[in-house]
Design a protein around this ligand. Sequence first.
Ligand SMILES: Cc1cc2nc3c(=O)[nH]c(=O)nc-3n(C[C@H](O)[C@H](O)[C@H](O)COP(=O)(O)O)c2cc1C
Length: 134
Amino acid sequence: MVKMPVEVRETLEKQKPIPIATASKSGVPNVVFVGLLKIVDDETLMLADNFFYKTAQNLMENPKIAILCYNSETKKSFQIKGDVMLSKEGENFDAMRSWVHGINNKLPAKACVMVKITEIYNAMWGPAAGKQIA
Ligand SMILES: Cc1cc2nc3c(=O)[nH]c(=O)nc-3n(C[C@H](O)[C@H](O)[C@H](O)COP(=O)(O)O)c2cc1C
């Protein structure tokens, strides 16, 4: 696992909505926006499955994710990759439900998607584009 540098955390915190990419077992890519992403700590992110369909299917068969963020003021952009742990009961699930229902108690909060960050890349254009930073 890797730790998010401060500049990555700050860029991700401001990204709204956040594009997340998954892939099926056979490699068919899929990208969706999420509004709800919680930074649990520098190595861990939490997403809420409220309306995932292909995304949910993909994460069940291929528990990997890529997340993208960009700040036009700081001109920073990062690609975060991680391993996913899904849960529909237990401590993480309960924490996800409290968080989501604190925002809107009508949301379905179907599953907790915990992301352990494994790699971070610079995604800003220029000579350092694509370089791994963590
Ligand atoms: C601005 C925006 C924010 C969204 N936020 C979430 C979210 O936090 N959680 C969620 O489950 N779906 C969210 N959605 C819905 C997903 O983007 C997407 O429509 C859903 O996962 C179905 O697509 P899929 O079949 O590719 O998974 C959001 C959609 C938009 C447009």
